[in-house]
Design a binder for this molecule. Sequence first.
Ligand code: PEP
Ligand code: MN
Length: 263
Amino acid sequence: LASRELKPDDTIVQVGAVKIGGNRIVMIAGPCAVESREQMLSIGGAVREAGAVILRGGAFKPRSSPYAFQGLGEEGLKYLREAGDAYGMPVVSEIVSTTDVDMMKDYVHMFQIGARNMQNFELLKVVGKTGMPVLLKRGLSATIEEWLMAAEYLMSSGTDGVVLCERGIRTYERATRNTLDVSAIPVIQKLTHLPIIGDPSHATGIRDMVSPVSLAIVAAGASGLTVEVHDHPEKALSDGPQSLYPAQFEKLARDVQALAPVV
Ligand code: PEP
Ligand code: MN
């Protein structure tokens, strides 16, 4: 279903009023995790002003340590949605459990499947059955073929709105958190009609590297970016070191606009 051979034209995925796909750049931005109502309203306003059109924020966080902040759950989804509605942005948030699907679909416009769950096939089937758009992140050590088979799980279950997200893969290199596979962008575009965006935040793990890597993603032809932004990154409950300050995001958004047409 995902194959370009079967469907030569680019798929455009509709998320609320926003269309993802083709050569216009969609900017998704927001904090790694929803931490409070005030935080979401503050960051939501800042990223919208800068040019973001979709708001992100995790309510269920798949953390490496069980002792780290796990997210606010449904309360977090309420704050995310309130901020999205306040600034006219559809919202995306990660789902980690099949038991949350019914609850979450009333809050989010798009489900995110995280890297760690890319091959959680039961989750893919249940999320796919909703028919809602899905942001499918590449697994930490997934091949492109495995990634596309995960998209097939979603599509064969009932959703045609799958957006792929290259977020860096595990390699021997430790200078950055992950290694952005920039060539995945043209490879994916050859193999599938589904849109692909990039995540420079998880790819690098380092604030100062987010902007140059974002521009590389756009230059390679991706249809968008998802960027972590925090109003107080030094106090963030997760992924502070890779979160941009709002002013940095604003500059990045301007640099992206100089490079390619944006949505
Ligand atoms: C995230 O987007 O906050 C996240 C956890 O990403 P990934 O699944 O790519 O690690
Ligand atoms: Mn994160």
